[in-house]
Design a binder for this molecule. Structure first.
Ligand code: OSB
Ligand code: MG
Length: 368
C-alpha cells in the first residue's frame, strides 16, 4: 500500500454536557481527524490528544507537528505490506503515541477496505457486541450525580464510573452506595492523589468498588504497587500504561490488576494487540477506555473491545451521550441489554465517515 496524500482536519465538536475531571473541564472538544488516501480509497483516524497537555504530555499541535515533520514524509516514501509494518516505520520516534496512533488507525481502515475485511476481523475480535459502561464527570452537587446515575441505570449501562478528586471522593461514593448498594461501580481519579493520601483509598475499600482507576501520578508504578498492598480493591491503570512494556512492568510489580487500554494512548492497534497477548499470558482483565471520541475513534475502540481479553465493561457509550453533531453514519446506539454492537458489516472501521460533516465543522485543514 502506497500512501498518496494525507489531510489533517481539526473539527470543533460541542459536548452535550460539560465533562469535568480532576484535571479540567471540557465543554467543546477540538479533535484532529486524519484522512489518508491510497489506491483511490480514504482511510480515517482520530487523534485523542487534547488542546492542552493535561491528560498526557501530547497535544493536538504536538501530534500535528510530529506527523508533519516525520510520519508523513516517511510514510509517503514507503510501500507498506501490512498495517503492522507502520509500527516499525515509526519506531525511531520516542513517545508521541497519540500522533502515531491516529495515522496507524487510518492505515488499518485503508487495509480493511483493500482486503474487504472489517477491522474486527483483521485483528481477530470475537464478540458481536460489547458491554457498555458510562463515565460520569464531577458534577455541581451530588444530587445531580445521583440523578445521572439513575438515568444511566434505566438505560441498562453495565457499570457506572465516576470521576473523583480530593473533596469529591469518599462522601460521594458513600451517598451513592446508600442508594445503590450493589450496582457495578468504580472511580477514576486521573492522577489526582499521592501515596500520602492512601487513607482515602483505605476508606474507599469498604464500598465494594470494581476498581480504582489511576489514583496516583502517571509515572508512579512503584507507588501504585505500594498502594495496592494496602487495599483489596483492584487498581486499574490508565495514564501510566503507554506501551505493552509499561503493562508488563506494572503487572509484574502488582501495580495494576486490571488495565484500561486506550489503543491510541499506547501508540495504536498493533501495540494494543501486544497487550492483548500479554493479557492472555497473565490473565489480567482488560477493558477499552475512551477520550470522548467521535464515531471515528469509537468505531475503532469497539473493534478492539471485541477482543477476547477485554472482559470488563468499556468506556464506550452511545453516540447520543457525547456530541450534538456527528461525523459518521450510522451512529452508535445502546442495545436494551446495555451493549453496543460492533460495526463489522462494512470493511475497515465498519462505518461511513461523513466527509461533508468533517469539512463543515473543520476549523483547520492541512494537506500534507
Ligand atoms: O480518564 O478515562 C479517562 C475522558 C477524557 C480524558 C480522560 C478520560 C475520559 C473518560 C471518558 O473517562 C470516557 C468516554 O469516552 O466515555
Ligand atoms: Mg481514566
Amino acid at each position: 500500500m502506497k500512501v498518496d496524500s494525507i489531510t489533517l482536519y481539526h473539527a470543533i465538536m460541542k459536548l452535550r454536557n460539560p465533562f469535568r475531571t480532576s484535571f479540567g473541564v471540557t465543554q467543546e472538544r477540538e479533535i484532529m481527524i486524519t484522512r489518508v488516501q491510497a489506491e483511490g480509497l480514504d482511510g480515517y483516524g482520530e487523534c485523542i490528544a487534547e488542546k492542552g497537555p493535561w491528560y498526557s504530555g501530547e497535544t493536538i499541535d504536538s501530534c500535528q507537528s510530529i506527523i508533519n515533520n516525520f510520519i508523513s514524509p516517511w510514510l509517503k516514501k514507503t510501500d507498506l505490506d501490512h498495517p503492522t509494518d507502520f509500527k516499525k516505520l515509526v519506531q525511531q520516534i520516542k513517545g508521541n503515541q497519540m500522533a502515531k496512533a491516529c495515522m496507524e488507525d487510518a492505515i488499518w481502515d485503508l487495509y480493511g477496505q483493500i482486503e474487504n475485511k472489517s477491522l474486527q476481523k483483521l485483528i481477530g475480535g470475537t464478540k458481536e457486541s460489547i458491554p457498555s459502561g458510562i463515565s460520569l464527570g464531577i458534577q455541581q452537587n451530588v444530587d445531580i450525580l445521583i440523578e445521572k446515575i439513575g438515568k444511566a441505570l434505566e438505560k441498562n449501562y453495565q457499570r457506572i464510573k465516576i470521576k473523583i478528586e480530593p473533596g469529591w471522593d469518599v462522601e460521594i461514593v458513600k451517598k451513592i452506595r446508600d442508594i445503590h448498594p450493589n450496582i457495578p461501580l468504580m472511580v477514576d481519579a486521573n492522577s489526582a492523589y499521592r501515596l500520602k493520601d492512601k487513607d482515602i483509598f483505605i476508606s474507599l475499600d469498604k464500598f465494594n468498588l470494581m476498581m480504582i482507576e489511576q489514583p496516583l501520578q502517571y509515572y508512579d508504578i512503584l507507588d501504585h504497587a505500594k498502594l495496592q498492598k494496602e487495599i483489596a480493591t483492584p487498581i486499574c491503570l490508565d495514564e501510566s500504561i503507554k506501551s505493552a512494556d509499561d503493562a508488563r512492568v506494572a503487572i509484574e510489580a502488582d501495580a495494576t490488576r486490571i488495565i484500561n487500554v486506550k489503543p491510541a494512548r499506547v501508540g495504536g492497534i498493533t501495540e494494543t494487540l501486544r497487550i492483548h497477548e500479554l493479557a492472555k499470558k497473565t490473565g489480567i482483565p482488560l477493558w477499552c477506555g475512551g477520550m470522548l471520541e467521535t464515531g471515528i475513534g469509537r468505531a475503532k475502540n469497539l473493534a478492539v473491545a471485541s477482543l477476547s481479553t477485554f472482559t470488563q465493561p468499556n468506556d464506550i457509550s452511545e453516540s447520543e451521550r457525547y456530541y450534538t453533531n456527528y461525523l459518521v453514519n450510522p451512529i452508535f446506539e445502546l442495545n436494551s441489554d446495555g451493549t453496543i454492537s460492533v460495526p463489522n458489516k462494512l470493511p475497515g472501521l465498519g462505518i461511513k465517515v461523513n466527509l461533508n460533516a468533517i469539512e463543515k465543522y473543520a476549523s483547520m485543514k492541512v494537506k500534507l
